[in-house]
Ligand binder design. Structure first.
Ligand SMILES: NC(=O)c1ccc[n+]([C@@H]2O[C@H](COP(=O)([O-])OP(=O)(O)OC[C@H]3O[C@@H](n4cnc5c(N)ncnc54)[C@H](OP(=O)(O)O)[C@@H]3O)[C@@H](O)[C@H]2O)c1
Length: 282
């Protein structure tokens, strides 16, 4: 294998493609890159928000579903053609989260999370990685989640898809870094975006109490961590101290966290008359 030298990315002349770029973390990240002079391209399904975001950022945009490999690959090729430049930076932020009790979630939801959160990430990377390797240059950053670091009550469909993203990026890092391509994975905790608002409508009470009263981060804070992570060529990108500790010491902290989380879940269960007779660990 031929090893490449790594040269820093010049954002001012880079073509940055952001899936999920019409809202939340993706849009905030696209804004930062546009502010640094990059050519920005956005991908999402809904045309209304996409057109609005593209207008604001003077960027290119294509409507595509990341779970549709052919459609997504075509959209990326068209954006590269339109911008007159291959993709230098790929941010995969398109995703969705549907919490719920494991015993109550429809099978379809488990499949949907994998299709959008995992395969939607994989397909985008598969579309740009060969070119980046050929040019010995580029950056690929996937947005996972704190729920991709530890299993959390209520996230039995979403969490595994984000664990899969993390596993994918660990292997991809090992394989692409020697070719000069930077690979990163982001682990945001709760972030104040439309997704969180939607997710909150489905969250079991136990998931809320496990999460505690921590204030959600802003999408801007996560976006700043992403840009900084690319500049420093970091693999693990954590926008706050809590997820940084989880990413570093998760397996050591897990027994203690689980004990505390189980205690909180038991408080909720005891408050329900029908379940009050049995504790979660009995
Ligand atoms: N918000 C949080 O608390 C949080 C925490 C940890 C991780 N994350 C992760 O961060 C990423 C961004 O989430 P966000 O909070 O910024 O959500 P958001 O504001 O709802 O934005 C999601 C973006 O993804 C697009 N999208 C969703 N499904 C898609 C699909 N099948 N194909 C193409 N585009 C799709 C949406 O546009 P359309 O719906 O129009 O397609 C939108 O542009 C997600 O991967 C999410 O799981 C979020």
């Amino acid at each position: 294998m031929r090893l490449r030298n790594t040269r820093p990315l010049d954002f001012g002349s880079a073509h940055v493609i952001v899936t999920g770029g019409s809202s939340g973390i993706g849009l905030a990240t696209a804004r930062l890159f546009a502010g640094r002079g990059a050519k920005v391209s956005l991908i999402a399904r809904g045309r209304e928000r996409l057109v609005e975001a593209a207008k604001e950022l003077s960027s290119a945009a294509r409507a595509a579903d990341v779970a549709d490999q052919a459609g997504l690959t075509r959209a990326i090729a068209e954006l590269e053609e339109e911008q007159g430049q291959p993709c230098d930076v790929l941010i995969t932020s398109a995703g969705l989260a549907r919490p719920g009790h494991f015993l109550e979630l429809p099978d379809e939801v488990f499949r949907q999370m994998m299709e959008v959160d995992y395969f939607g990430t994989l397909y985008a990377i598969r579309a740009v990685a060969p070119g980046m390797v050929e040019r010995g240059h580029g950056s690929v950053v996937a947005v996972s989640s704190a729920a991709g670091l530890i299993g959390i009550f209520g996230y039995s469909a979403y969490g595994p898809a984000k664990f899969a993203v993390r596993g994918l990026m660990e292997s991809v890092r090992a394989e692409l870094t020697p070719h000069g391509v930077h690979v990163g994975v982001v682990f945001p905790p709760d972030v104040d975006t439309p997704q969180l608002a939607e997710e909150n409508q489905w969250k079991p009470q136990e998931t809320r109490v496990v999460g505690g009263t921590i204030k959600p981060l802003t999408a801007q804070k996560v976006a700043a961590a992403v840009v900084d992570g690319i500049e420093r060529r970091r693999f693990v990108i954590c926008p706050d101290a809590g997820t940084r500790a989880l990413a570093r010491f998760g397996s050591v902290l897990l027994p203690f966290l689980n004990r505390e989380f189980d205690r909180r879940v038991n408080v909720v269960r005891r408050s329900r008359p029908a379940e009050g007779l049995r504790s979660a660990d009995s």
